[in-house]
Write a protein that binds this ligand. Structure first.
Ligand code: B12
Ligand code: SF4
Length: 490
């Protein structure tokens, strides 16, 4: 069979990383000998949908498989309609949106089948049955379909137990050199998944796909996959996008041993919770190539933080960020503005808190109640008339910093204008605090503060920059590279 996998367009933003979901599904299909192609429409947001669709039509697929988040579903609807009208091809959908709203999704006349939750096993069963010409789907758990226009609920398959049994993601099907995912030194970077699932239940997080049971691949299999990428793609920078990379310390220790003992020439970053790192662990992570950790910090106000059910405290945040920087690893913090309970004062605290931490980077998002999350349930309680609508395309969970930020389904205590303004200011204020720290580190606290204040005067700043470029202020330049540049990844 010829299978076209489609990563939809979103809004004007580029899809920063290849979809590992599609890559795993394509790998499973390729194992069975199918000819697969991945069309990531999100890679070129400015290219017309007509041109993208034409590429798929020219491939003459027997099956078109869409992945979709809630934010990109409006685009899937449009694409599926165009493809059905032009070719009548069979279509199937999976991913977070399909799993959150399966009935509504399948009611779309241009979508024939839907796979609920984790996809590899059901998808493999489905394509095998398609090849065999089967037309009775009643006993294929996890596959939803339609009978005489009526949606048939296929339930949910058990989560995959043995993640090591899955093939490596079919990365060769992407135009890898086109994705804007780079290490700070400019080298290309690829994503990896070493575990699935998370037992926590934060209010803003969607848990419908990989569930609450933490499942892990063996350390050997992870190290082997990285070696495979090094050997076959020449990429040595990795981003572990696991929900909880550091939660099982014993397993992590073994992974690190593999990286160290094999003397792998790699650099990597991961996501982690602040309550799941220790100084010893961080030291070892550094020795094993870790150079950046991204922490979900969310809020600088304890009460607002408590309401997210994240189960972390601000003192844990301070410790984790300090230990991380002391180990030589750089840290990035994710913050959310506009959470339930957020007022101007609490958001001010969040921005101040972010600015007070020795983080290398910070990202400020606006809370968006995605269907399927606790935030969404809370919103429905308050405003029962709320429904999913195509406007989710415009939801700015994080902002691009280039355009106006408009809150979408504001759940905070302030109006849209205030929220939007604070979100616009947050990053600038963080960067200024960071620069001021850099001056202090280079010149000492008093002189640093003095020079920082002087540097805020436009013409003087320009002279200072010229002198720095000319090679003066050596310490300052080194510190700057450490703070903002490639030295973060050496
Ligand atoms: C990496 C990532 C990104 C990356 C890249 C996404 C990509 N191209 O895959 C970036 C940074 C671009 C991103 C952006 C956003 N993300 Co994101 N992201 C993730 C993250 C952390 C990992 C995704 C992943 O690779 N998972 C592992 C793979 C194996 O799982 P999967 O992709 O879900 O695929 C499996 C199943 O869903 C299913 N499946 C998927 N597609 C299909 C298709 C078919 C045909 C079939 C049969 C099955 C199937 O089978 C796959 C294999 O088991 C997830 C969290 C998570 N734990 O998954 C959030 C997550 C997917 N993101 C989320 C959100 C909210 C966003 C943003 C809206 C944030 C924003 N506004 O800025 C944007 C939206 C971007 C868009 N294009 O619409 C939510 C989605 C909620 C929802 N209802 O849609 C998640 C679940 C986070 C969360 N826990 O809330 N994201
Ligand atoms: S935000 Fe992180 S810790 Fe919280 S539920 Fe989602 S994956 Fe788990």
């Amino acid at each position: 069979m010829k299978i076209a996998f489609i990563g939809p367009k979103w809004n004007e933003m580029v899809n920063a990383y290849p979809s590992l979901g599609l890559a795993y599904l394509a790998a499973v299909a390729e194992e069975d000998g199918h000819e697969c192609r991945i069309f990531d429409f999100g890679l070129r947001p400015q290219r017309s949908l007509e041109d993208e669709v034409q590429d798929v039509v020219d491939f003459h697929p027997d099956l078109v498989a869409f992945t979709s988040m809630t934010t990109s579903y409006a685009s899937v609807e449009q694409t599926a309609r165009m493809l059905k009208e032009q070719t009548g091809v069979t279509t199937i959908i999976g991913g977070p949106h399909a799993t959150t709203l399966p009935h509504e999704t399948l009611e779309n006349p241009h979508i024939d089948y839907l796979i609920y939750g984790e996809g590899e096993e059901v998808f493999q069963d489905f394509i095998r049955a398609q090849v065999a010409g089967r037309d009775n789907w009643g006993d294929m758990t996890g596959l939803w379909y339609k009978e005489e226009g009526r949606v048939i609920d296929g339930g949910e398959r058990e989560l995959i137990k043995d993640l090591d049994a899955l093939p490596y993601p079919a990365r060769h099907l992407f135009e890898l050199n086109q994705y804007p995912l780079y290490a700070p030194n400019g080298e290309p970077m690829l994503t990896v998944l070493s575990s699935r699932g998370c037992p926590y239940n934060c209010s803003f997080c969607f848990k419908g796909i990989v569930g609450r049971t933490y499942r892990q691949r063996s350390p050997q299999s992870i190290a082997d996959e990285l070696q495979h990428v090094l050997d076959n793609y020449g990429v040595r920078n990795f981003y572990f996008i696991d929900d909880l990379f550091t939660i099982d310390v014993r397993r992590l220790d073994q992974i690190l041993d593999h990286f160290i003992e094999r003397d792998m020439d790699i650099r990597w970053r991961c996501l982690a919770r602040v309550d799941r790192v220790t100084p010893d662990l961080l030291d070892k992570m550094y020795r094993a190539g870790c150079r950046q950790i991204h922490y979900g910090i969310e809020s600088g106000n304890e009460e607002v933080l408590k309401r997210t059910a994240k189960h972390i405290r601000l003192d844990q945040v301070r410790d984790a960020v300090r230990w991380t920087e002391e180990s030589g690893i750089h840290s990035k913090g994710y913050f959310i503005l506009g959470l339930p309970g957020d007022t101007t004062e609490t958001m001010e605290e969040t921005i101040e808190f972010a600015a007070s931490l020795d983080l290398s980077e910070a990202m400020f998002s606006i809370a968006t109640p995605m269907p399927g999350t606790q935030l969404w349930t809370e919103l429905l309680r308050k405003r029962p008339e709320t429904r999913y609508n195509a406007d989710f395309t415009k939801s700015y969970y994080y902002n691009s910093y280039t355009s106006e930020i408009a809150p979408f389904m504001n759940v905070s205590e302030v109006g849209d204008d205030v929220l939007s303004q604070m979100a616009m200011q947050a990053r600038q204020r963080f960067l200024e605090a960071k620069k001021q720290r850099m001056y202090r580190q280079s010149f000492g606290d008093t002189t640093g503060d003095l020079l920082w204040n002087v540097s805020q005067v436009g013409p003087i700043r320009r002279v200072g920059s010229a002198l720095a470029r000319a090679g003066l202020f050596g310490t300052f330049r080194r510190t700057k590279s450490q703070y903002f540049g490639a030295a973060q990844w050496s």
